[in-house]
Structures are given as structure tokens and as C-alpha cells.
Design a protein around this ligand. Sequence first.
Ligand SMILES: *[C@@H]1O[C@H](CO)[C@@H](O)[C@H](O)[C@H]1NC(C)=O
Ligand SMILES: *[C@@H]1O[C@H](CO)[C@@H](O)[C@H](O)[C@H]1NC(C)=O
Ligand SMILES: *[C@@H]1O[C@H](CO)[C@@H](O)[C@H](O)[C@H]1NC(C)=O
Ligand SMILES: *[C@@H]1O[C@H](CO)[C@@H](O)[C@H](O)[C@H]1NC(C)=O
Ligand SMILES: *[C@@H]1O[C@H](CO)[C@@H](O)[C@H](O)[C@H]1NC(C)=O
Ligand SMILES: *[C@@H]1O[C@H](CO)[C@@H](O)[C@H](O)[C@H]1NC(C)=O
Length: 466
Amino acid sequence: MKTASNLAFVAAAFSATGVAAAGTPVLAPRASTTLTPITVTGNACELTRAAAFYQGTDRFYIRGVDYQPGGGSGTVSDPIADSAGCTRDIEYFTQLGINAVRVYAVDNTANHDTCMNALEAAGIYLILDTDTPNYSINRADPAPSYNSVYLQSVFATIDAFANYTNTLGFLSGNEVINNVTNTNCGPYVKAVTRDMKQYIGSRGYRSIPVGYSAADVDANQGILGQYLNCGSDDERADFYSINDYSWCDPSSFTTSGWDTLIKNYTGYSIPLFMSEYGCITNKRVFTEVSALYSTEMTSVFSGGLVYEYSEEGNNYGLVTIDGTTVTITDQFTDLKNAYANTTNPTGNGGASTSTDASTCPAANENWTPTNDDLPAIPSAAEALMKTGAGTAPGLSGAGSQDAGTSDNESTGTATAGSGTVTSTASASGSSSSKKSDGAMVAALDMKVFSAGMVVLMGMVGGMALL
Ligand SMILES: *[C@@H]1O[C@H](CO)[C@@H](O)[C@H](O)[C@H]1NC(C)=O
Ligand SMILES: *[C@@H]1O[C@H](CO)[C@@H](O)[C@H](O)[C@H]1NC(C)=O
Ligand SMILES: *[C@@H]1O[C@H](CO)[C@@H](O)[C@H](O)[C@H]1NC(C)=O
Ligand SMILES: *[C@@H]1O[C@H](CO)[C@@H](O)[C@H](O)[C@H]1NC(C)=O
Ligand SMILES: *[C@@H]1O[C@H](CO)[C@@H](O)[C@H](O)[C@H]1NC(C)=O
Ligand SMILES: *[C@@H]1O[C@H](CO)[C@@H](O)[C@H](O)[C@H]1NC(C)=O
């Protein structure tokens, strides 16, 4: 993906630490998972970008649920480090017939072998947010929070999960931008995405896709997608994902506004999926599942994840958990039936064959970045490209948002650091019921429906995603 222009390649040889030289992806021995890795390249031999995920040469559609028992705010616990809980829940994942879970926060000091292997045995991939409540970008004041203490935690999480072949991808942020008032965070989330790609490449890991999960904010969700897919290849996201609550049963392709969504993203050149969906305004019976995997949607979307597996006090739970006991709800059964009733399209599902970067969006009343300048990676974080992240801080570390100092904040702007990006990018609705809440900490906005929080639905003149 990286063309020679902006990136000074460093021929780093990390043989001393057992990591392959940059540009030579290795599948590490300790992680025993062997599920075929998901790629964003249409053909593993040709290494061309595609607007879809692939499992080998077959198009791959995400069918999953969001998974964070205990919730994602306050003191979070790591569900992938909880072997008993994981084993308890995988039985229900299998009943649902899913192939992926998204986890919002993990403890990067913990051992995840048991759960990752059990997930693999069930044919389930992990989509993982690398932020935690204490280690995240502060949407109210992003510049100081983009520092090397934060990036060290992110990189340590990559180290902890890179060896598992069923790590489908990493999310560099969740709903950091959740309003028209904080689009100034755009350069920071894009820089984190860039840095993660570079770290994965520099450490010689498999080309694990890196993307971002965008809040359901009509005014800028599409613009952000455009922004994260514009510019040089080393800074473009490998995929984009949106949280979408616009299909509220009973609904339809047109009533939900998904028809407009498709129009807006037609030709978008990286994989796109719903990182959260499932409106609960009325009783949900998941009629959108058959729509999501129909060719009307698969020309643009690669499936999605229902929010969410466990009941956490906001009525989005498919099951309730009490210790070792899981009790399913009607929603669980309805989702199970909807998945069972829905097959994937054959062949390529109408995926776009465009590989072109989007045009960087112009500034307007809903979008403040005026160009594609990104903050340079803090030099202390860049050094980790060569040494590895080292000791992880875990969930109870002192945190990073206030850790910015002149020694570890960004100085200046740059497309990328000197690390290596590998083959990931190699060759070449208005009825929405749920809007983001406005917490200060960007990492984990769990869904609190706030009535009347319909944010500025203004039109963006002439927006085009390509
Ligand atoms: C991943 O594999 C590398 C290479 O074998 C190894 O050094 C490293 O410890 C492994 N990491 C984890 C978290 O298992
Ligand atoms: C951040 O800066 C502080 C103060 O200069 C320094 O002690 C610390 O090592 C730095 N941390 C990282 C990860 O760069
Ligand atoms: C489609 O894009 C327009 C801006 O061009 C935006 O106003 C509208 O909310 C978007 N609709 C959907 C469903 O994404
Ligand atoms: C099953 O799928 C068909 C079309 O594929 C759809 O019309 C029907 O509503 C679906 N039923 C359920 C229960 O999802
Ligand atoms: C952040 O770290 C502190 C310990 O420094 C811990 O008490 C707190 O629970 C952590 N915050 C979260 C949200 O986990
Ligand atoms: C978005 O910003 C406006 C203006 O500051 C504010 O009134 C509104 O509450 C914010 N919405 C969210 C979701 O933070």
C-alpha cells in the first residue's frame, strides 16, 4: 500500500527479538490459532486492495455481536481473559450462528490463549478496540492525549493479539468524534490508525486490518469515512465501520434510510461494516438481517455486529447473565432465526472494485479539519516500532490522557514515521433512535439513548465519497 513517496523505509532487522525483519510477515508459533486470517486483499497472491473482507479467496461477511459483559464504562473487565465466562458464552454464540464478536476493551497484561482458542474452535473472529477507559484520546482536548504513553498501551494490545489468526482487525477508536463540535479529533484518530498500521508492519506481524468505529451522527459519519480513506496509503484506514441505529422494526430498506446510506457510500473503496446495529425503539425482531446480507447492501457493506450480547441496563441485551447462568430473551431467538434464515450472496456480492483513495473532504460547518495534515507520531512512540511496546499497562494503569509532556507529545505534522507498513494496503437515517452520548472519555461510549439528542442533520453540499 505504501508507495515510496512519503515514507522512509527502515530496513530494520529484529532478529534479536525473534521478530522477522520488517516486511516479512510471520505467524508466530505461540498462538496456536489457525483459523484462516481475514484479509482486505481480494486475492492473497495479487495483494490488491478490495472494498470487502476475504477469507482466503472467498468474500467474508461479518455476522456477529458486540461483547462486553459488565459494560464498557467505569471499571471494565476483559471478557477474553475470562476463560469461564468465555466458555459459558461461546455456547450461545454458536446457537446464534455468528462468526465474529467485537470487544471494546481488554487487559493487555492478561493471557488470552484459552478464550482465543475456544473462539477459534467455534469459528469466531475477534474485532478488538485497542482503547481502554484510561488509555484513549480525550475528545474534549485531543492534542495532549495523543502521546506516547497512550500509544504504548495501544501497541501493547497489538502485541497481545497479533499472534492469533482469528484476530480479524483492530479498531483504533470508537465514537471519538460524536458531534459536529469535535471533528477536530479527526487528525488524531487518523494518526492513531496510521501509527497502528505502521507498528504492525514494523513488528513483522501479519497484516491485521486496522479501522475505526464511527458514531451514528448523520452530519459527519460519511465525511469521516471519506477522511479516513483519503491521502497516502500508509495513512488510509484498512476498513471503516459505522454504528447505525436507523432501522427500527418495523422498517424497510427505504424507511430506514439504508437506501440513502448505500447511495452515500457507493464506490467506497475499503471494507465497510456496521460495528453496532439493532434499534430498540420498538420491539426489535431483526428484519434488517435479511436486508443487510442482501445484494442491495452487500455492494457496500460486509455485514455487521448486533449491539449487544449481554444486558447491561440499557435494554440492548440479547441475554442476561447471572454468574454462570445465561438466560436468553426473545430478541436472542429472533436474531438466531434471522441469521439462520439469511444466506450470504454468492460470488463477490457486488463489492466495489475501486481501490482509489477518497478525496479528502473540504472543511464546512460540520467538519473542521482544513487539510490532511496529521500530527507526527511522538518520537518516544516511534522508537517502539523497533523495540516493541514492552510492558503493558493493563486496565488499571495510571492512564494516558494527562500524561502528555514535552517528552512524549507530538511535535509537528507528518504523514508517517519511519516504520514500515506491510501488505495490508500493499499494492495498490433520519429515523435514527440512538445518537452518541457526550462523555468526556472517548474510549467506551456504551449506548445510552438520550431522547432528543438529534444532532444537526444539516446537508453537506456536494459530498461525494470518492
Ligand atoms: C507472539 O509470537 C512471537 C514470536 O514467536 C513471540 O515472541 C511472542 O511472545 C508472542 N506473543 C504472544 C503474546 O504470545
Ligand atoms: C512520557 O514523559 C515522561 C516525562 O518526561 C517520561 O518520564 C515517560 O517515560 C514518557 N513516557 C513514554 C512512554 O514516553
Ligand atoms: C448521506 O449523506 C448526506 C450528505 O451528503 C447526509 O446529510 C446524510 O445524512 C447521509 N445519509 C445517510 C443515511 O448516511
Ligand atoms: C427470511 O428471509 C426472507 C427473505 O430472504 C424475508 O422475507 C423474511 O422476512 C425472513 N424472515 C425472518 C424471520 O427473518
Ligand atoms: C484507571 O486506573 C485506575 C488506577 O490507576 C483504576 O482505579 C481505575 O479503575 C481505572 N479506570 C478504569 C475506568 O478502569
Ligand atoms: C453537541 O454539541 C452541541 C453544541 O455544543 C451540544 O448542545 C450537544 O449537546 C452536543 N451533543 C452531544 C451528543 O454531545
